[in-house]
Design a protein around this ligand. Structure first.
Ligand SMILES: N[C@@H](CCC(=O)N[C@@H](CS)C(=O)NCC(=O)O)C(=O)O
Length: 209
């Protein structure tokens, strides 16, 4: 049994998709960041960084924080979603890294300066919008020639990437209008039962009173 410390954001969705895809039994532990639960003593004992998502795997005693680490841990544990050959795994790790280290943080910056910041500062807004456009163009070009990010096979890179299309890009003016190959891929990935279950958690999530 896994405890999934989760928030209804793209990062939370990434971890939930991986847990669902690997067929783990899990207990959902929503962390209410609006009430500061991510910085509570109880949660800091799980993840001293005070960010979400994290998992505690009671079967192995492992605690893992961060979407990339969670994805690699679960894929390794189940020997799935990594790709068959070393070359496929290299592609899967690279694209998973682009999502987790480049595109994900660019969307975080975009959210902070477009939505959270009390003052709308022109430079950071332009900077993060340009980063996102540059990276989405690369993703779209990749998916023009391949069914999935790592090639012909669905891997952890697609599991981490899907929330970009389903959640983060909805904040962009025009959403994914300019990225027809990402849209095609998102339809394919979004139809997977595990992905649908993970994404439905958001709709079911109610903040405690
Ligand atoms: N590198 C982490 C980033 C996790 C992250 O930034 N989580 C956000 C919610 S989506 C968070 O916990 N923010 C609280 C904070 O920064 O204090 C990952 O890939 O999971």
């Amino acid at each position: 049994m896994i405890d999934l410390y989760w928030v209804p954001t793209a990062n939370g969705q990434r971890a939930a998709i991986m847990v669902e895809e690997t067929g783990e039994q899990y207990s959902l532990r929503p962390v209410n960041m609006m009430q500061g639960e991510h910085l509570s003593e109880e949660y800091l004992a799980v993840n001293p960084v005070g960010k979400v998502p994290a998992i505690v795997d009671h079967a192995t005693g492992s605690t893992v924080y961060g979407t990339m680490a969670i994805a690699l841990y679960l894929a390794d544990k189940h020997a799935s979603l990594l790709g068959e050959t070393l070359q496929q795994r290299a592609e899967a790790y690279q694209w998973a890294g682009i999502i987790a280290s480049d595109l994900g943080p660019a969307f975080t910056g975009q959210f902070i300066f477009n939505v959270m910041a009390p003052e709308k500062l022109e430079f950071p807004i332009r900077y993060f919008n340009e980063q996102i456009a540059r990276l989405l163009k690369v993703l779209d070009a990749r998916l023009a020639g391949h069914a999935y990010l790592a090639g012909d096979t669905y891997t952890l890179a697609d599991a981490l990437g899907y929330p970009v299309a389903a959640s983060s890009a909805a904040r962009l003016p025009g959403a994914l209008d300019d990225y027809e190959h990402i849209r095609r891929w998102a339809e394919l990935v979004g139809a997977r039962p595990a992905v649908r279950r993970a994404m439905a958690l958001r709709a079911d999530f109610k903040l405690p009173d």
